[in-house]
Design a protein around this ligand. Structure first.
Ligand code: PMP
Length: 360
């Protein structure tokens, strides 16, 4: 058997069929592709952080239940007292843990389309079927079609990104409550973009025993740390926590996140600045007649260029030193669509200027 034959023989067909998650190189570019907070830490914060890190005993395993970090997260994220809490190495890992907890050959994951690609990707890796329901033309949730799919598929988990990635909009909260009422399994409301909107289901946790709220600190300004959190009914979380590897959060991560969250007002102020910059970026895009710009409650904006032009606009921006995300080809609903992350005002201005030149 050749090596290629062995690989084809041994690796599961669904893995062979997958394409790996691709992250393009960004060295030297204006990086507006990954929904990061564009602001580095203030110098004053750095000194105290390094002092704390110097005391972390790296010869010891980390605290497996991350007690101090959980306490501060409960406070700053407004997690209801009665709710359980599980932490992950990024919210991606929590999506994986949720899916692994219910995985089985007959189980189904349901999500609208387009949405965050990892729901489908992780379901595929775990061997679950992912059923998708198209969003409406304006990217709102199609309540009737979602309800019908829930009835038909009886999904173990429904994933709803709120606001949605890559479209940026918030689904109607009444539609989500209607799904919570009929779903036979879990409904995960993924609030990755919570810092940039006032809407949240966190306060509704006590009302629904099948609701899980997923958050991350990535968009707040700590993407390099890898820390996500899942809040929900303690009985569900006790089961999901069994799928977690014992030391999934390193000591340096725990200490860094704990320290950063002591200074949450610094990050909240940055999020407010990003919201203001989003309004300016939105206005700049709307001033260009050739574009359709979609309203956003997140730290990115989706826009549509003229038919067949997305690859050229993406490439032209790249040549001009600006990296954004090209969504053309990723879903029929996203034909000719590009997504730009809100950067620093000067970066946004450079992006708008380069785009304007390309559209002329
Ligand atoms: N959920 C949504 C909706 C996202 O867009 C992302 C990242 N792009 C994540 C979860 C994952 O975030 P992280 O793993 O950095 O916590």
């Amino acid at each position: 058997m050749t090596l290629q034959d062995k690989i084809r023989h041994l690796v599961r067909p669904e893995i062979l069929a997958m394409t790996a998650y691709h992250v393009p190189p960004a060295t030297g570019m204006i990086k507006l592709d990954a929904m990061e907070n564009p602001w580095p830490w203030p110098e004053a914060l750095r000194a105290g952080w390094l002092e704390l890190l110097a005391q972390v005993p790296l010869n010891r395993y980390p605290d497996p239940s991350a007690r101090s970090l959980k306490a501060v997260l409960r406070e700053v994220m407004g997690i209801p007292q009665a709710a359980g809490l599980v932490l992950g190495n990024g919210s991606d890992e929590l999506i994986q843990m949720i899916i692994q907890s219910v995985a089985g050959p007959d189980q189904v994951v349901l999500a609208p389309e387009p949405t965050f690609v990892m729901y489908r990707q992780i379901a595929g890796i775990a061997g679950l079927r992912c059923c998708t329901v198209p969003l409406r033309e304006d990217f709102s949730l199609d309540r009737a079609a979602m309800m019908e799919a829930v009835e038909r598929e009886q999904p173990a988990v429904v994933f709803l990104a709120y606001p949605n990635n890559p479209t940026g909009n918030l689904f109607d909260a009444a539609d989500i409550r209607a799904l919570l009422a009929v779903a036979p399994g879990l409904v995960v409301v993924d609030e990755a973009y919570a810092p940039f909107t006032d809407a949240s289901f966190m306060d509704e946790l006590p009302n629904h025993d099948n609701l899980l709220v997923l958050r991350t600190v990535s968009k707040l300004g700590l993407a390099g740390l890898r820390l996500g959190l899942l809040a929900g009914h303690r009985d569900w979380l006790a089961q999901i926590d069994k799928t977690r590897l014992p030391y999934n959060l390193g000591s340096l991560n725990q200490a860094s996140a704990w320290y950063a969250l002591q200074h949450k007002p610094v990050f909240d102020a940055q999020a407010r600045d990003i919201r203001a910059a989003r309004a300016a970026l939105d206005a700049g895009l709307r001033a260009m007649d050739a574009l359709r710009v979609y309203p956003s409650e997140a730290n990115f904006i989706l826009f549509r260029v003229a038919t067949g032009r997305a690859d050229a606009v993406y490439g032209g921006l790249k040549d001009a030193g600006v990296l954004i995300k090209n969504l053309h080809g990723s879903s029929p609903a996203l034909a000719d669509c590009l997504r730009v992350t809100v950067g620093q005002p000067a970066e946004n201005a450079a992006f708008l200027a380069a785009l304007e030149t390309l559209l002329q």
